[in-house]
Design a protein around this ligand. Structure first.
Ligand code: ADP
Ligand code: F6P
Length: 320
């Protein structure tokens, strides 16, 4: 009997999720499997919002942001009752496994479902790159390129007005987007939860740079720190330099995925199907030393990701 697998996207969307959906669907069909799309994350399992996919269901999506399977947060799935309903639905459909594309919250759901007898393989899909077991998560590169494009535009007007622009970037509790885009935009300072910050020191640095002819400033703030408006007005008060805050927000989650996101999503998706084909579940697929690897989900969730201290140091050494 042909194997049947399900596929869903869950949590915050990320550019490249569609490329992963395509890869999983096509790789599975090549192996003679049946593939079911599950809409709106774990909600689709609970509500039975599931449809059979064929090779054409994923045509023309590799280049599109968002997720054609839709995504959602599903509080009901976190209850034993919701989990049992989902398990029952999988059994009714005869699913031999599910590929879950999302962040670490979605991975917890995949671990719970695997423990209850439905083998799940999870693929890291989040713009935040905050998943410890992998060097890379689908969506990260596209989001950072969007940030850089936006900050370059903001810099034009900051330059014209001799202003300081405080730009808040996403990353929930992680400063990876902030540090990498900060160095790429030549930001004067990068403020993250991991590194902490001192507004007196930043103001002093700005005034010292002014003496050498620097007229405008870009300060990148990670979402987890927040208070960007307040940071801008405190810096203005301390330096006398007119300051404005911009919160980039959800623009960072959209747009056509970059080459990197399309390639990695395709690799992750292909690998996930290989695992399910061998009957292996309860795994997270990731990247280590540029190679595709896998970990048990609970093991993956217990790992800690180091911060990019060296990159942060270089960014600051170069910005004055
Ligand atoms: P992300 O996957 O991007 O981290 P969330 O943390 O919002 O996003 O999680 C997405 C969904 O995964 C939740 O709405 C819920 O359905 C499921 N989920 C999250 N945490 C758990 C958990 N501890 N146990 C079971 N399911 C969970
Ligand atoms: O996890 C990705 C992310 O974009 C975070 O950086 C951000 O905090 C969160 O999603 C916002 O999600 P939403 O607005 O969809 O609740």
């Amino acid at each position: 009997m042909a194997k049947k697998i399900g596929i869903l996207t869950s949590g915050g969307d990320a550019p490249g999720m569609n490329a992963a959906v395509r890869a999983v669907t096509r790789a599975a069909i090549r192996k003679g499997m049946k593939v079911y799309g599950i809409r709106r994350g774990y909600n689709g399992l609970i509500n039975g919002d599931v449809f059979e996919m064929n090779e054409r269901s994923v045509s023309d999506i590799i280049q599109r942001g968002g997720t054609v399977l839709y995504t959602a947060r599903c509080p009901e799935f976190r209850t034993e009752e919701g989990m049992q309903t989902a398990k029952q639905k999988c059994e009714e459909l005869g699913l031999d496994g599910i590929v879950v594309i999302g962040g670490d919250g979605s991975f917890r759901g995949a671990a719970d479902l695997s423990e209850r007898g439905i083998p799940c393989v999870a693929l890291p899909g989040t713009i935040d790159n905050d998943i410890a077991c992998t060097e890379y998560t689908i969506g990260y590169d596209t989001a950072m390129n969007t940030v850089v494009e936006m900050v370059d535009k903001i810099r034009d007007t900051a330059q014209s007005h001799d202003r300081c622009s405080v730009v808040e970037v996403m990353g929930r509790n992680a400063g990876y987007i902030a540090v990498n885009t900060g160095i790429a935009c030549g930001a004067t300072e990068i403020i993250t939860q991991e590194t902490g910050y001192c507004l007196d020191d930043i103001a002093k640095k700005m005034l010292e740079s002014r003496k050498t002819g620097k007229q405008h400033f870009i300060i990148i703030v990670a979402e987890g720190v927040g208070h960007s408006d307040e940071i801008a007005s405190i810096l203005e008060e301390k330096t006398g330099i007119e300051s404005r805050a911009t919160i980039l927000g959800h623009v960072q989650r959209g747009g056509a995925p970059t080459v990197r996101d399309r390639v990695v999503a395709s690799q992750f998706g292909y690998y996930a199907v290989e695992l399910l084909d061998k009957g292996i579940g309860n795994k997270v697929v990731g990247m280590k030393d540029n190679k595709i690897v896998d970990f048990d989900i609970k093991e993956a969730l217990s790992m800690k990701k180091p911060f990019e201290d060296e990159l942060y140091k270089i960014a600051r050494e170069l910005a004055f």
